[in-house]
Design a protein around this ligand. Structure first.
Ligand code: GLA
Length: 392
């Protein structure tokens, strides 16, 4: 946790509003494998990491809603809960969307103040938006005494993303931020929402993220299109296999059998998802027996599918994965998150991390003339209140 940042946000809140807030940290996430599977009822394998959003939140005893984006030095003020609606102020939508979810569940939202900031790079595929949503959902739940379970908070945060950010996302990011466990990755069944923690030993492999620095402006549109393409595939399969409720239930053989009824693009999208679900299951077995080499091969295969069939990669991400493949001590590498930019996730033997960063940075500079930013992450626990004593 960045003690100095949360302390700065705490002080800022005190100076602006003159009373003691609740302090909350909400982590971003990595996803080892299982991309674009969550909204297809499939499996994912994320973990919460030490790039986090920090909040100071309090009820102000009136009706005004005062929001402060500490990092941007921007504020937004509403006269009261009746004014909660999608805003032109981009960052505020993640907060307002969450407040709207409380209202939708019949919980009155009184005046509150919220200052937030953090260390999660924006647009890097590390779920900064989910962390912001989950952090405020957690804080309001505490302050209002609404007693909602973490899973409900995750659903509300996901809905906030749908309605106020316009991204029809699955539940992975919000789940990972709320349910993260120190030193563990979590396999989530995105249909049943059953989950299982697997220890992840960072002494055997470090999680290194390489930020392409590309923020694709069309990412949310393309994301929603992918989702629709998957739904079109399911609609065709359902004509023949009524038990197929989502791509999670489908097999490659079924897709092949009805290939001529499927648009070729839809076929490739669906084939990718079916294969990626299998890869998550395989990857978990490899993890259980500590076979990082085999785990890494699943990651490379995942990237190839995302690049060629799901078509959500980009030249920068492909260069980073190829450079990782060529570097010694790398178990696996692939693009992470929604795609069209953001980070690659790399599993690297600890003694090779320095050399890995040097060689991938050099390749990135040489091939694309771009400077590479990298992050070595550790796996942390999910959203939690921060004792004031720690922050000071
Ligand atoms: C984004 C979404 C998630 C998930 C990933 C792709 O991060 O928010 O729900 O679909 O993309 O795996």
């Amino acid at each position: 946790m960045s003690g100095s940042l949360i302390l700065a946000i705490h002080i800022d809140f005190n100076q602006r509003f003159g009373y003691e807030p609740l302090l909350v940290r909400a982590p971003g996430r990595v996803n080892l494998i299982g991309e674009h599977t969550d909204y297809n009822g499939g499996f994912v394998l994320p973990a919460a990491v030490d790039k986090e959003a920090y909040f100071a939140v309090g009820l102000n005893g009136g009706s005004r809603i005062r929001l402060v984006a500490y990092d941007l030095g921007e504020t937004l003020e509403l006269a009261g809960a009746a004014e909660i609606s999608p805003s032109d102020t981009h960052w505020a939508n993640y907060l307002l969307g969450v407040a709207a979810q409380f209202q939708q569940r019949g919980m009155a939202v009184p005046g509150f103040d919220c200052a937030f900031g953090g260390t999660i790079p924006m647009g890097a595929g590390m779920s900064s938006s989910a962390a912001i949503e989950c952090g405020l959902a957690f804080a309001l739940n505490q302050l209002l005494g609404t007693g909602l379970e973490p899973l409900e908070l995750a659903r509300m945060a996901q809905k906030a993303e749908h309605t106020y950010a316009g991204v029809q996302c699955g539940i992975m990011d919000q789940f990972a931020s709320l349910f993260g466990r120190d030193g563990h990755v979590v396999r989530l069944d995105c249909r049943s929402l059953d989950y299982e923690y697997f220890p992840f030993d960072t002494a055997a492999a470090r999680i290194v993220l390489c930020n392409s620095g590309v923020k694709h402006s069309l990412a949310s549109t393309a994301y929603n299109t992918r989702r629709q393409e998957c739904e079109r595939g399911v609609a065709v399969l359902q004509l023949h296999y009524p038990a197929v409720l989502s791509l999670r239930d489908a097999t490659l053989a079924q897709l092949e059998a009805h290939r001529d009824e499927l648009d070729p693009t839809v076929f490739r999208r669906c084939a990718y998802v079916v294969q990626e679900n299998t890869r998550v299951e395989n990857a978990c077995r490899h993890l259980e027996v500590g076979d990082l080499a085999a785990f890494g091969q699943e990651m490379y295969a995942s990237h190839a599918g995302l690049r060629d069939d799901y078509e959500v990669s980009c030249a920068e991400l492909d260069v980073l994965v190829e450079a990782a493949k060529a570097a010694p001590g790398v178990f696996g590498s692939r693009m992470m998150g929604g795609g069209f930019g953001g980070c690659t996730i790399n599993l690297v033997a600890p003694e090779h991390v320095e050399g890995f960063i040097a060689s991938v940075s050099a390749a990135y500079q040489q091939q694309l003339g771009r400077q590479l930013e990298t992050y070595q992450t550790t796996i942390v626990g999910g959203v939690a209140a921060v004792p004031v004593a720690v922050a000071r």
